[in-house]
Design a protein around this ligand. Structure first.
Ligand SMILES: [Zn+2]
Length: 48
């Protein structure tokens, strides 16, 4: 789970992210949420 990569729109770079959370979108699909360790922006990724 540690090697899931997120894209940070602020850094414009791929980050592994911290505080990764499993979330469910409004349409019922799974997604993951994480915080960029550099700038603190919330990153979002669709898929389990
Ligand atoms: Zn960032």
């Amino acid at each position: 789970m540690a090697d899931i990569m997120f894209y940070c729109v602020k850094c414009r770079a791929k980050r592994s992210g911290k505080n990764i959370q499993k979330v469910t979108m409004k349409n019922g699909k799974p997604a993951r949420k994480a915080t960029c360790e550099k700038c603190g922006t919330t990153m979002f990724r669709i898929g389990a």
